[in-house]
Design a protein around this ligand. Structure first.
Ligand code: GTP
Ligand code: MG
Length: 201
């Protein structure tokens, strides 16, 4: 898919106030600092459309973007962000889960995991929650530029092997680097492909 336009629409804390769900939507989620906002900038080709930071906990709301006037993209806050109060964490968690559960036009959620790390409990639990609620997801391995080709060749099968302990069928996955624009076409083509089955409400 070629990007003709990408615009930021709005930030919300309540899924009911998000843009009218009349277009296919894709959400990007994962632990704080994994690279969600950077990835959105990379795939849209607009370096500053989503706000990024080297300090975890930057994105705190549900942020909607419009791609090619045809797709909604949602940048979500990270889960597992420890440096905020318990009350805040619970509030975010509810905001995110309500959004994922009730958003009627959500076609797929990209769960981002750092390609340098072993499978983390918070990611596995989150995937399980998605599965239990029949919410489709795929995995995006981020920051692949930080690993050598050999290390990457070992890391990905190891992660998938961990997943296969609980999942009969493995999700679709992508290898990306926001730094080097790796995986851009693959993610964009997937968005286009999955959206074919979207039925407007
Ligand atoms: P929160 O909104 O805080 O949950 O974080 P996030 O997941 O949106 O992460 P963000 O995109 O803000 O990136 C976090 C840090 O990782 C920033 O310093 C980015 O520059 C860096 N980063 C993100 N993606 C990549 C990548 O592909 N390669 C490299 N080398 N650094 C990256
Ligand atoms: Mg962010």
């Amino acid at each position: 898919m070629h990007i003709e336009s990408a615009i930021f629409l709005e930030s919300n804390t309540d899924f009911k106030k998000c843009p009218t769900p009349n277009l296919p939507e894709f959400a990007f989620i994962g632990r704080s600092n994994v690279g969600k906002s950077s990835l959105i900038n990379m795939i849209t080709g607009h370096k500053k459309i989503a706000k990024t930071s080297s300090t975890p906990g930057k994105t705190q709301t549900l942020n909607h973007f419009l791609l090619n006037k045809k797709y909604y993209i949602a940048d979500l806050p990270g889960y597992g962000y420890a440096k905020t109060s318990k009350t805040n964490r619970r509030k975010w968690e509810k905001m995110i889960r309500d959004y994922l559960f009730f958003r009627p036009n959500l076609m797929n959620t990209f769960i981002l995991v750092d390609s340098r790390h072993n499978a983390q409990a918070s990611d596995l639990e989150f995937m399980e929650w998605m599965g239990e609620n029949s919410l489709p997801f795929s995995i995006i391995f981020t920051k692949t530029d930080k690993l050598s080709t050999n290390a990457l060749r070992e890391a990905i099968p190891k992660y998938l092997e961990e997943l296969s302990k609980t999942w009969e069928e493995l999700p679709v996955y992508f290898l990306t680097s926001a730094e080097k624009s790796t995986g851009r076409d693959e993610v964009l083509d997937y968005i286009e492909k999955v959206s074919v089955v979207f039925v407007p409400q």
